[in-house]
Structure formats: structure tokens, C-alpha cells
Design a protein around this ligand. Structure first.
Ligand SMILES: [Fe+2]
Length: 264
């Protein structure tokens, strides 16, 4: 049904549709290096931590301070209300290609630190749609360190993910976490170096496990969607435009339309 539309897509977009993800080179490496320098500066100024290689961060901090360090930098970045628009510059052309030019984004860019053997930062297998996120969004995930094997995230392929989600009660009865052991051929850990970015669809099952490598992984993620694509209809759910999502690149026709909206 979609094949004639898929044919018209770029090779990056076709890979994203077929695999559920695509690894690209960051489009603004200077910005990424600047964010990395800001984080090192924050560690030094606010936490007395001097670290040359961030993948060694676990050797310089007490795990009990991990969450306050993570949260402190998250707040610092996101107090600038347009950080999700700045962050978009890391993959502007790709997001425009695969999502569109008129975008809504998460109000805040998420920030994660996965240190070796930390059992508290595990994120079980899920689709973001389980929590009312849109099927139409794409996640831009960018590491500040290399991301490899269990310090990275895993993602299941689109067909398998669709099958599980369409039969979720059956798979929940069997124990959804068992999918990792029982279907090793259906997912992979994404391997990225500093300077690369991952775009993926959160309709594919994904998550992370305990980091059994000797390296810390630090990463950001933010979701982008077409401004006028559907939002969660459940009244109680917070994943709405204006609260959880903000418009970041409305075009002239939209601004005119909103200014002149006729109340019937
Ligand atoms: Fe997720």
C-alpha cells in the first residue's frame, strides 16, 4: 500500500523505514563539541570534577551524586527555552528529510548518563507509544561519548516490534523482558562514535540494559514530529502540543492561519 510513496524517499529515509533507525554524521560538529565543553565546564565548576575523557566519568564521581549531576545539567541546558531548536541543528537536514520542515519538538531535551554496572538507569523494553507518544515522531539521539554494546541502546526491527505491539497482552503474559533472551536475532545494540547521531522511530521496541562495559555512555535525545500530526487524544495524558510538545518551526501560512483563525 505504501510502496509507491516509499520509492520516492531518500536513501536515508528508506533505511529508516526498513530498519527503524539510521545512523548519520552530526551536521554541526562545532555545536556538539560546544555542548561537550559546556558539560565538562559544568562538571568542573559545579561538581569539582575534572575529566578529560567522559567515558571515564564513572571513575570520578560517587554514584549517589549521579542523578543530581544529570538533572543539574538537564536543567541548565533546558532553561534556554529553545534548546530543542538548537539541538535540531545536529541533524537539521535529516529531520527535515524524514519528518518535515514544520516541526514540533519536546519542550525539553532529555539527558542520560549510563555508568558501568548501574542498576538504577535501566530502561526496559518499550515503545514510546505505550505512554501516549505519537507514532509519527522521530527521536534524535546523540551521544557525547562513543556508544557501544550494552552501554548503548538496543532497538528491535519494525516487523517484529509491530507484531509484539499488536499482540501485547500475549507478550506481556510471557514477560516482555524475555524478548531480549528469546529473540536475539530481532534486535541490535546501536554502535555510534562521538560525532554520529541516531535517528529512530520509537514505534520500534527499544531500551537499555545494565551497562556491562567499562565505559560510561552520555547521550541526549529529543523527539520531533510534524506540527500537525496527531497528538494523544486521552484527556489525562500530558503528551500534548503546548505542554509536552512545543512548535519550533512554524511556517508563514501557519502563523497567518493561527492569527486569523475563525471561530465558527
Ligand atoms: Fe523510549
Amino acid at each position: 500500500m505504501f510502496s509507491k510513496y516509499i520509492e520516492d524517499q531518500s536513501s536515508d529515509a528508506i533505511e529508516l523505514i526498513n530498519k527503524g533507525y539510521k545512523i548519520i554524521n552530526v551536521e554541526n560538529l562545532e555545536l556538539l563539541s560546544n555542548i561537550l565543553a559546556q558539560f565538562k565546564n559544568y562538571l568542573k565548576e559545579q561538581n569539582n570534577i575534572v575529566v578529560k575523557d567522559l567515558s571515564e566519568l564513572h571513575n570520578h564521581l560517587d554514584i549517589k551524586n549521579l542523578n543530581s549531576i544529570r538533572h543539574g545539567f538537564y536543567e541548565k541546558l533546558n532553561k534556554e527555552s529553545s534548546f530543542s531548536k538548537t539541538y535540531l541543528e545536529l541533524a537539521f537536514k535529516t529531520i527535515n528529510d524524514v519528518v518535515g520542515s514544520e516541526l514540533a519538538a519536546n519542550r525539553s531535551v532529555n539527558f542520560s548518563i549510563q555508568i558501568p554496572n548501574d542498576t538504577t538507569s535501566k530502561l526496559g523494553i518499550h515503545s514510546d507509544c505505550f505512554s501516549g507518544e505519537s507514532e509519527f515522531q522521530i527521536n534524535l539521539w546523540v551521544p557525547l561519548t562513543d556508544a557501544r554494546d550494552t552501554n548503548s541502546m538496543f532497538i528491535f526491527n519494525p516487523d517484529f516490534s509491530r507484531d509484539v505491539i499488536n499482540n501485547i497482552s500475549k507478550f506481556e503474559k510471557l514477560g516482555i523482558e524475555n524478548l531480549l533472551n528469546e529473540h536475539e536475532d530481532q534486535y541490535e545494540f546501536v554502535n555510534l562514535s562521538f560525532g554520529e547521531a541516531l535517528v529512530f522511530t520509537p514505534t520500534c521496541l527499544h531500551g537499555n540494559v545494565i551497562n556491562t562495559t567499562q565505559k560510561t555512555r552520555i547521550s541526549f535525545n529529543c523527539r520531533y514530529k510534524n506540527l500537525f500530526s496527531p497528538y494523544c487524544k486521552n484527556e489525562e495524558n500530558e503528551k500534548k502540543l503546548g505542554t509536552f510538545y512545543i512548535p519550533i518551526t512554524p511556517k508563514a501560512a501557519t502563523i497567518i492561519g493561527l492569527k486569523n483563525k475563525i471561530k465558527y
